[in-house]
Design a binder for this molecule. Structure first.
Ligand code: NI
Length: 168
């Protein structure tokens, strides 16, 4: 396994669409494992392909807290097939926008259909933090960032703080 550099806003790859994965070979397993390692190193709870420059439909997550048993998830070609009417708000951050957080409102529960890196079909019923995280990561696969869900005013303030911090 190897660590990959995490791309930061405003890198163009973070705004690209991604391609589905059709061949479930060793390369996909390696990519998924590299992504998990990179996510853990960055102390994130989720990471999507574009964040390491892989424009493919793949994401990894682990929402286990400190001291809890790790619970790594690797989702290939994930698709939200159901979302709840009920919404929930969470103060989101992103490894590609370090140091910045903003409250995003999303469906409180989602059902996601996906494949494992070896091509097995699965479903994930997510609520709470996992629901927030999986929606945030799937957004990445379509070039969408959490800041896009903020009001223009909040986004402008956040981006100003971000640019200032990045240039310091
Ligand atoms: Ni993110």
């Amino acid at each position: 396994m190897s660590l990959k550099p995490i791309l930061l806003v405003p890198h163009a790859a973070l705004r690209e669409q991604t391609a589905p994965i059709g061949l479930f070979d060793k390369r996909v397993k390696l990519l998924a494992d590299d992504m998990l390692e990179t996510m853990y190193e960055g102390q994130g709870i989720g990471l999507a392909g574009p964040q390491i420059g892989a424009l493919e439909r793949i994401l990894v997550m682990d929402i286990a807290g400190e001291g809890e048993k790790p619970n790594p998830l690797q989702l290939v070609n994930p698709e939200i097939v159901w979302s709840s009417e009920e919404q929930s708000a969470y103060n989101e951050g992103c490894l590609s926008i370090p140091g910045q957080y903003g409250e995003v409102v999303r469906p409180a529960e989602v059902k996601v259909r996906y494949q494992t890196p070896s091509g097995e079909e699965k479903e994930l019923n997510a609520s709470g933090l996992l629901a927030t995280c999986v929606q945030h990561e799937i957004d990445h696969l379509h070039g969408i960032l959490f800041i896009d869900h903020l009001s223009k005013l909040k986004r402008d303030i956040l981006m100003r703080k971000y640019r200032k911090a990045q240039s310091a």
